[in-house]
Design a protein around this ligand. Structure first.
Ligand code: ATP
Length: 309
């Protein structure tokens, strides 16, 4: 296996709306799409479609959404040996997308809350054989912490996407990851610093590196991404590299961040240096905003190569 994704699964219930109903109002919406999602699953599917061998460590419920999620993993060639089944509902995410492709998202975590630290320990051997562990914050934080600790113990680098932003997340664990990949709002929550300008993003990301984070990669939506790291081991000099987003006309940006992370992880485990992996991820995520839906918009390696050519 190349990548162990230890994270969430959801079924996305995506309603395309003209506008949100006001309280007590019933409105017709133009269309609806059911799709597999959840940050963990999205990142796993993006990496798998690009050709990585992915081990998924997650927990589904005992409903029709669970079957849909497991079948989706199989269709994408993702290893399901460590997909746990719990009693109760699976994770679901009602998503509303307006005509300007702005989205509002609710998350019902369901069985994602049943993925325990013991479940992660139970697949220690398989995880130890991977080249990268990828985690997010849509599962229990104690489970995330054990995943990070396990990565340290077995010498597998950890990529943490601290999303969704959680005030309960203990920053000490971010320092122990090789790659920390927040968007602007997650960066604000991690640092307590405003990130609504380039200056703000830069100051906050530098602070994280100064406090011990190795590689901080901030995704900036239509403004691209920004990588911060130390100039050399032991020194305190922080260096950064900015990458502009591709100029495209977005149709639906839902899941662009997960596309970016899955593609970045895929290239890193296949030997790219960080700048090359970022370039690739930036293009892959730009392609994903051209189609509606989350995983529906993730290209295979062949589709992506044809689009880039
Ligand atoms: P989400 O939670 O919807 O997945 P996010 O906030 O985690 O999004 P963003 O920072 O919005 O992630 O986007 C991730 C990456 O996707 C960006 O760094 C960029 O490479 C690409 N991207 C997003 N929006 C656009 C856009 N409008 N045009 C081109 N590229 C985009």
């Amino acid at each position: 296996m190349d990548i162990a994704v230890i994270g969430s699964n959801n079924v996305d219930l995506i309603t395309y709306i003209d506008r949100m109903p006001t309280e007590g109002e019933t409105l017709e919406a133009p269309s609806f799409q059911l799709g597999c999602g959840g940050k963990g699953s999205n990142q796993a599917v993006a990496a798998a479609r690009l050709g990585s061998r992915v081990l998924m460590v997650t927990c589904v419920g005992d409903d029709i959404f669970a079957d849909m999620t497991v079948e989706n993993y199989r269709n994408n060639g993702i290893d399901t040996d460590h997909v746990k089944r719990a009693h109760g509902t699976s994770g679901v995410a009602p998503i509303f997308v307006d005509p300007h492709s702005r989205n509002s998202i609710l998350i019902v975590k369901g069985a994602n809350n049943d993925l325990t630290p013991e479940d992660v320990e139970a697949c220690r051997e398989q995880i130890a054989q991977c080249a990268l562990i990828v985690c997010q914050l849509e599962i229990r934080l104690d489970t995330v912490y054990v995943a990070i600790a396990l990565g340290e113990q077995v010498g597998v680098p950890v990529l943490l996407n601290p999303a969704p932003a959680s005030p309960d997340f203990n920053f000490d664990w971010a320092r122990r990851c090789t790659y920390l990949m927040p968007n602007e709002s997650e960066l604000t929550l991690l640092t307590g610093m405003p990130c609504d300008s380039d200056e703000g993003v830069e100051a906050a990301a530098r602070t994280l590196v100064e406090h011990g984070c190795r590689h901080v990669i901030v995704t900036l939506g239509s403004r691209g991404a920004w990588w911060f790291t130390r100039a050399n081991e032991g020194g305190l000099h922080v260096v950064s590299q900015r990458i502009d987003a591709l100029r495209v006309d977005p149709v639906d940006t839902t899941g662009a961040g997960d596309a970016f992370i899955g593609a970045f992880a895929h290239r890193i485990v296949h030997g790219d240096a960080i700048p090359e992996a970022l370039e690739y991820a930036n293009s892959y995520a730009a392609m994903s905003v051209l189609k509606r839906g989350t995983q529906y918009s993730y290209a295979t390696a062949d589709e992506f190569d044809r689009w880039r050519a």
